[in-house]
Design a protein. Sequence first.
Length: 289
Amino acid sequence: MVCTPAGGDKAAWIFRTLAPKSHFILTYSGKVVWITGASSGIGEALALAFAREGAILVLSARNAGRLDGVRAACEALGAQAIVYPLDLANNGEAERWVREVLDKTGRIDVLVNNAGRSQRARALETTRETDRELMEINFFGPVHLTKAVLPVMWEQGGGQIAVVTSIVGKFGFPLRSTYSAAKHGLHGFFESLQAELAGSPVRITIVVPGRVRTQVSVNAARGDGSAYGVMDAGQAQGIPAGVCARKIIRALKRGRKEILIGGRETWLVHIRRFVPALYRRIVQNVSPT
């Protein structure tokens, strides 16, 4: 038995049920792609990968100087690139950010919510102020920016939104309590959004990276909010950011709902699901760095 929604709006239900489930973009040539956290790591690698695709790039992060370097590298590949600095901790300004980007580009075809800050501190050593900052950057920032961009994509007839979460959005891990909580929250929000947008021309892709060779641990927050300043041994052995970026773009082109990217550490996702007791034993004994 198939049930239509309460209220009898059968026409809307039929549209959502029978309409194509994805708005595919087979080429990014000439498409406006907005990337947050574009000054380094996965974001920088994505900017260069989209530049090779011929995209028009909007590059955002807090470090304007670093963004200028990324822009120059993208332009050297023949792409157009605009620098638009922002701090996701100030996500109450998301609507203004969107208006200003639209003033420069006229449309937004792809939003990649990549910016974030990790954590390297025990829960009891992490101040409330640091907890809140991590939640603002890692959860409320992507959520508010996405909600500000969605009406634009709806009005222009479609678009794509990617959110880069983390493997610790799938399970808890030592020294990542608030960061993990924020990433778990992103999974709940964007999975719900996928269901709400089913049949619409806006597609959502959840990207779940494991260890990628970036400065994420160096820039991670200690309990007092200061930078951790150390490259984790595990992070240093992660996959190259360029490889991660190519996998993300391929997932977007294929209309993937979710993609898990990384090395052997990604096995923990499946172990957690099917053998939870073994997962707990591993996490209690593995080095969190």
